[in-house]
Structure formats: structure tokens, C-alpha cells
Design a protein around this ligand. Sequence first.
Ligand code: HEM
Length: 405
Amino acid sequence: MTPSARGPAVERSASNSARLAARWESRVQRSAHPLVYPALRAVPGPLLRVPGLGVLVRDPELVREALMRPEVFAKNGPGTSSDLWTPVLGEKVLLNMSGQDHQLLRRKLSPLFTPGFVDVLSRKSLSSPLAELGEKLASGEPVDLVQQAHLFSSVVISQLVGLPAEQIHNDRLYQSIHEISGTVSLRKLSLAEGEVIAARRIMGDLSEHATLAYRNGDPDTVPGRMRELGLSEEEALGAVGAFALTGTETLTAYLPRLIALLIDSGWLPRLARDRSLLEPAIAEGLRVTTPVLVMLRRVRTAAQLGKHHFDAGERLILLGFRINHAAGRFNPVANPSAKLKQLWFGAGAHFCLGAPLAMAQIRLVLETLLDVAEELGPESTLRIRSRQTARKVLIPAYRQLRVSR
Ligand code: HEM
């Protein structure tokens, strides 16, 4: 439908809804990083050197080139996220590796992320909690979607570590992971000594289950399947830890943000009636939220990026979110995300390995909400009854998002 065919009143209301959605998204991000987010949004020019911090890069070509040259712009090294992961998970957990070792381990793990495997895994873990969510919403019961997302991630972590889902009745596993990642921020990426000890203890508890599942070799569990794929016990345990630590907060934060975005922008009932725009809506949600706001790299040897020179040891802070946001407001029809090659999942050798699993889970959760919205019809669709944004967290998120019809 062309804009003029929809009439001025409808156009005005659509643009108000789009503004409301953008305003809330901005609030979520500011609440997570009250000082850093506005500062990063204001970075002028293609790059900016900030003494003591690093080089802030927002030019799309430079960001992509840095991501595509991991041998020079390394993901491990001081001031990168390996400061956080290595003391807790060890040296060889994919996201702090590079070169051939990294490629080999990724290749070994890749069968775990085929569409067939992630689809079965996600359905097995989420079917029953999603059915319960659908029933609650359809009956008019208010639901906190943040709590729900915590519960879903507990169930998924239980699958990753090989615990039977029946043993998970609350969000305990999510909370234990959150205890680790909840202590870091963009300004303080590493853990203090006491925090490392606590984090190791938590990961140790999770590893106990994973070790058992690996040794039993049951291919219905993720660690058992890893053994079948030829991973050593150490590699399997490291990978389980890496998946739990990297995948949990990102996905758990994104799900409520996507639903809020769809309700605020008025897209939820529209999508419920016409699912053909489901994929662009998810991609647009990922683009405008960009859960991982920045990617960090360390310059290994002096190098040129475009016309800019970098010295060995410099730290790059790649402002992926600026590139994604520059494409405009959430718009599944124009779908500007199509041109960005999923930059919200990174690019090159370290492109998010868990992306197919994340997408499978996002689809299942969204379809449940859309089924409820379709049943309710446009007149009594789902609404946000109350919400709170999370303050000072690494991945911007809602702390509470109560929804009911
Ligand atoms: C909406 C959800 C998610 C988003 C937005 C996201 C985003 C990202 C980004 C941007 C990177 C690259 C970081 C960099 O290059 O510095 C990454 C890497 C990674 N992600 Fe995700 N992620 C998500 C979900 C998941 C899930 C569910 C898993 C677990 C199964 C996962 C596992 C990983 C791993 C293992 C890496 C490191 C890959 C490597 O270094 O080779 N992610 N993710």
C-alpha cells in the first residue's frame, strides 16, 4: 500500500508508533550505559583516538575490514573480551582463539549449528514452556516477558550442559550465568580476582553435568553429540562454557526487546495476520537493538586500515551499533537490514557461531506471541502494561516487561 493510499491519519499514527518504539529502544540503551552510550553515539568522523581507551571506529568499510583481517586485528589480547573469558574458561574456547586452531575447532563444532540440529534442539527445549506462555497470554493473565526469557534460557542451558529439561523448574541456570556476566560493563570488561573464583565455581558446577553427559556419550545431549563429533572432553567443556556465557545474555535480552519493539511500533497485530514479513521483522529487530553494541580488537602488528595507520598494541573499539542504527528506524517493509550482512552477529572468522540457534529460538518465541495476537484479533491485541529498563548492564535489556491483552 502506498503512503497516500493509507490516508493521513493512519500515516500519522504509524509514524507516532515508530517514534515511540525508537524512544523506548534508546531508553533501554541509555539505561544500560548512561555515560558511555551517549558518548559513543556522539563520536564524529570515521574514527577517533581516545588516549587510554583506544580507537573508536564507526566507518562501515573500516569496521568490516578490521573484522575480516583477524590475523592482524585480533580478537584476543589485552583490552578485548578475552580478558573476561580466558581466566574463567581457559585459553581455548573459540572466542579467545585465532588462526588455524580457531578454524579447526569451529569446523568441528559446526554440525551442532545446522538448521536441522538447532531446530530440533530448540523445539525440544522450548515447546512446553512456550505452550504454557501461549495459554497464559490467551487467558488474559499478565506475563513478565523478561522472567519468561530467563526461564527459556535456563531450559536451553540445561540442554547445552546435558541436564534433563524436567529438572529445570525455574530460572536458576540463567541466574548463575548472569552472576558472572552481570559483573562486567563496557568500562570494566575484566573480572576481579574474587569474581574469577566465583565464576569458576559456577562454571565448575555446570561442567560437572556436561562431563557426565560427555562421558556417557548420549548423542541426544549436546556434550554427547560433541564427543561423537570428535571433540576432546576439554574442547567440549570449553565450548559448552563459551556457548552458555556468550549466548545467554544476548538472546535473553533481545527477546523482550523485540516484542516491545513490535508492540510499540504497532507491528505485532500486522505481523500476526501476515507472517510473510516475519524474517525481515526479526532482522530489523536485531539491527535496531544490536545487542552486542561494540566489538573489540587488538592490533597485532603495525597495519594500515583504509588510509589510516595503526600501531601494534592499539585497541580498536568497533562501533557496530552506529552502522546498524544509521540505516534508520525499524521498518520490516523497506528492510534496510538486508544490506548489512547481519553485522549484529559480527563478520568474518568470529561471526557468531550460535546465530542459527539464536534465530531458531527467536522464531519459536515470536511465533507463539503471534499466534496469540492472531487469535485475539486487532481489537484486543497484546499490550505492554508496565516496564522497567535494566540499569548498568553490559547487554542493554528490560528488567521487567509485563504484557497482557
Ligand atoms: C541475539 C543473540 C545473539 C547475538 C546478537 C550475538 C552476537 C554475537 C557477535 C556480535 C559475535 C561476534 C563478536 C566479535 O566478533 O567480537 C558473536 C560471537 C559468538 N557467539 Fe553470538 N550472539 C547471539 C547469540 C548467541 C548464542 C545463542 C550462542 C550460543 C550458542 C552464541 C555463541 C557465540 C560464539 C561461540 C561466538 C564466538 C565465535 C568465534 O569467536 O568464533 N551467540 N555473537
